[in-house]
Design a protein around this ligand. Structure first.
Ligand SMILES: [Zn+2]
Length: 112
């Protein structure tokens, strides 16, 4: 669920709105005066990145240190990015493999 920060151009108040889906975003209104004349602000606090935006911002040609892999969400990102660059359709199977890798389930499978 995305949270966006807005400034109302009518009453000049700033507020944040939580949206259930992208459709709701189109209908954003000022909390105070109900104006739809809003300016979207960039969130200053922890922005929740979607996997899609991580892939977009991720440069697979740059070396990555240990820090990178301490974030489990980055595991499998390189492989996905490379395959996407090569035009390989990953499909559901790849997502499953990556998800297993992140949670350590791949090892479990090998042990059984
Ligand atoms: Zn307003």
């Amino acid at each position: 669920m995305p949270i966006y920060e807005y400034k109302c151009n009518h009453c000049k108040k700033e507020f944040s709105l939580l949206f259930l889906n992208q459709k709701e975003v189109q209908k954003a209104k000022c909390k105070y005066c109900r104006s739809r004349n809003l300016t979207k602000l960039l969130s200053s606090f922890a922005v929740h990145q979607t996997e899609e935006s991580r892939l977009m911002n991720f440069d697979s040609s740059k070396p990555r240190g240990d820090e990178f892999y301490k974030d489990s969400r980055n595991v499998g990102l390189w492989a996905k990015k490379r395959m996407r660059e090569l035009g390989v359709d990953l499909g559901r199977k790849m997502d499953e493999i990556v998800e297993k890798g992140r949670t350590g389930k791949i090892l479990d499978d090998y042990n059984t």
